[in-house]
Design a protein around this ligand. Structure first.
Ligand code: MF3
Ligand code: CO
Ligand code: CO
Length: 274
């Protein structure tokens, strides 16, 4: 049995119960998420052929420091970078390194800043120079999956409505939904209850209530949905080496629907796409 509790008085750990945030929580999340979105905006000018993902990661660290924010991934469960950079067939949790990006790559950059205790979690895809039409189509489909998921958020509906909307669209476009990773409650904690599945049915999951804050972050593959994690313990790749893409927003459930906290102030939610 799922229970909901007031985030202001709840213990600061994942107890499996669903936190409901008030106006001060929403205000804190607006600030943290806006900072994450501004960093992702700035990265649109940095991502180019020849740039190493380590360089991108250093920018994410310094941008956070300059604005009083800490990257949440730094020293998180043994992870030692300020971002995840997932290239081509890497599904998620790619580790920034010295290898230069190449013309035609697609890269997801995932950033979470902690600002005044609030976690702003978002990721976008970046094309590196000119990309192939198939890659461009995958980015379009994946962004549309995210926004259809967002459109399913409203009080009274179940979280399964998000997954159903995403899966139906992805599969109608002959793409597949990764099952091994999901969205998550976020706010005062980085990864909290509930899990937000990117597949399933509208009658599954828990009821959404005003004050809930969580991420939606579908990973969509051009090929089959299956993934494996490399021996570094983090990098998740498609088993069939098909291209994979992901976009992520942090959203809050309101009385009338939802607020998307991580929208780009510059309208750069889909870098490289119209
Ligand atoms: N930001 C990722 C997410 O969307 C989590 C990264 S955890 C890390 O939930 F340790 F891999 F960085
Ligand atoms: Co997330
Ligand atoms: Co993320």
């Amino acid at each position: 049995m799922i229970t909901y509790l007031d985030a202001a008085t709840a213990p600061l750990r994942n107890t499996g119960q669903v936190r409901l945030y008030g106006e001060d929580g929403f205000a804190g999340m607006r600030k943290a998420c806006a900072l994450t979105a501004r960093c992702l905006d700035a990265l649109a000018d940095i991502v180019k052929p020849g740039v190493a993902t380590e360089t991108i990661d250093r920018f994410v660290f310094e941008f956070g420091m300059d604005h009083g924010a800490m990257p949440a991934t730094l020293n998180y469960r043994g992870y030692t970078k300020s971002s995840c950079t997932s290239i081509n067939h890497v599904v998620c949790h790619g580790i920034p390194d010295a290898k230069p990006l190449r013309e035609g790559d697609i890269v997801n950059i995932d950033v979470t800043y902690i600002l005044d205790g609030w976690h702003g979690d978002s990721s976008r895809m970046y094309p590196v120079g000119q990309i192939k039409r198939a890659a461009e189509r995958l980015l379009e489909v994946t962004h549309e999956c995210l926004m259809r998921g967002v459109a399913a958020v409203r009080p009274g509906a179940r979280t399964g409505a998000i997954g159903q909307a995403i899966q139906a669209y992805a599969e109608s476009e002959r793409c597949s939904v990764v099952r091994d990773f999901c969205g998550h409650g976020v706010g005062l904690l980085f990864h909290d209850a509930p899990n937000i599945l990117h597949y399933g049915h509208a009658n599954e999951g828990i009821e959404m209530r005003p004050g809930m804050i969580f991420t939606i972050e579908p990973m969509i593959n051009l090929g089959r949905p299956h993934v494996k994690v490399l021996s570094d313990g983090w990098t998740a790749v498609t088993r069939d080496r098909s291209l994979s893409a992901q976009y992520e927003h942090t959203v809050g459930v309101t009385e009338s629907g939802c607020e998307v906290f991580t929208l780009s102030p510059a309208g750069l939610d889909r870098p490289g796409l119209a």
